[in-house]
Design a protein around this ligand. Structure first.
Ligand code: SOE
Length: 377
């Protein structure tokens, strides 16, 4: 019999829905020592929080996160707020002894991230950051193949995260739905929002990045600010491209933008090794492309592996072989792994400390774009 794990969610946007879905459904598919209970949702706007609670089945509503953290009936806190609140809430939640699941990126910058890591480690609370793409089965499968040594020496790691939703100059910055365009709330633009995903996956699959040379661009220089009503300077990066070197000697080439007309969430990566290459594409998330040079000559070619069999990562928990699962399932897997780790007293990546490594690369990328110089991570 699973014990209850009482969850409190702070924030209720798109990510709040993805996380709530994971808590609500994980126990239907995984046998776990704890069963998440949707105990409370917290947001400043009471009526919106109530509507969210009613839709997702949260038992109660709070409008003050400090009050929420005082509650003894909360075991774990999910921080789904804009990035500028991650630090303060995480540190307070750690002091209150709550387990913490924090939305990515970890923080506004490395200095904040370090304080957050110290706080969770001092308090000894279980912690994770929602870099959800690690747990798409095809991506986890890529990790298995790499760990088995299938690629041999790695030469290249290439990743993109392309979107097109901010091209209109009429789009305002700031406020509930558009805080990602406001550097005061988000810290950075596509670097923290999109490239951070690519960097987390890359560090996990291919190890540390040593140094970077980056450029950023802000295509629309001024936008009306939702909160002030005034036209204000845009200070986020709309696009960011960087090259770099991994510690293992391979070369990195990364690009992210919100100005790639026609692309909504095209996250792709490709890794080229001495023996084999791997490619993955979020728009076709249940497939992993694999090329093995050691195949017999005439048969050599790219295989498109449908990662839906019972012996593929996570898939035995779902349907029968051949039937695919979706974007939301990566979050379900993260909750399942987090709970398993929590019960065993073992950290499960990406922890705050892991996410700090991604933050360090993001900060180095932004510093390099500013100075125009190669920058050490
Ligand atoms: C931005 O549009 C966004 O929602 C990111 O914030 C998410 O982290 C990414 O997974 C999808 O795109």
């Amino acid at each position: 019999m699973s014990k209850p794990l009482n969850i409190a969610m702070i924030g209720y946007g798109f990510m709040g829905r993805a996380h709530s879905n994971a808590y609500a459904n994980v126990s239907h598919y995984f046998d776990l020592p704890y069963k998440p209970v949707l105990k409370a949702v917290c947001a400043r706007d009471k009526s919106k929080a109530e509507a969210f609670a009613a839709q997702w089945g949260y038992e109660s509503v709070e409008t003050d996160w400090k009050k929420l953290l005082e509650r003894k009936d909360i075991d774990a806190v999910d921080i789904c707020t804009p990035n500028n609140l991650h630090k303060e809430i995480s540190i307070a939640a750690a002091k209150a002894g709550k387990a913490i699941l924090c939305e990515k990126p970890l923080a506004m910058n490395v200095a904040e991230g370090e304080e957050m890591c110290d706080a969770v480690e001092k308090a000894g609370v279980a912690n994770t950051v929602w870099y959800n793409y690690r747990r798409i089965p095809a991506v986890t499968f890529a990790k298995q193949l790499i760990d088995e040594g299938k690629l041999g020496r790695v030469f290249h790691y290439r990743a993109n995260f392309l979107q097109d939703w901010t091209i209109s100059a009429d789009l305002p910055q700031g406020g509930a739905a558009l805080w990602r365009l406001d550097a005061a709330a988000a810290g950075s633009g596509v670097t923290g929002d999109l490239l951070a995903h690519c960097i987390d996956t890359a560090l996990w699959l291919n190890g540390s990045i040593k140094n970077v040379s980056a450029m950023t661009e802000t295509f629309i220089k001024e936008r009306k600010h939702t909160l002030t009503g005034k036209v204000e300077k845009v200070t986020i990066d709309d696009a960011c491209t960087f090259m770099g070197r991994f510690e293992n000697g391979s070369l990195a080439l990364f690009e992210s933008t919100r100005y790639a007309r026609g692309h909504k969430a095209l996250y792709t990566f490709e890794i080229n090794g001495e023996n084999a290459s791997i490619k993955w594409d979020l728009h076709d998330l249940h497939r992993l492309q694999f090329f093995d040079y050691r195949d017999a000559g005439p048969l050599r070619g790219w295989r498109s592996i449908h990662v839906t069999d019972g012996d593929h990562p996570y898939m035995k928990h779902w349907w029968v072989p051949g039937l695919s699962i979706g974007y939301e399932c990566g979050f379900v897997h993260q909750v399942a792994d987090f709970i398993t780790g929590m019960a065993a007293g073992k950290p499960v990546g990406p922890t705050f400390r892991d996410a700090l490594e991604t933050q360090k690369v993001c900060d180095a990328v932004l510093a390099s774009a500013k100075s125009g110089a190669w920058t050490e991570v």
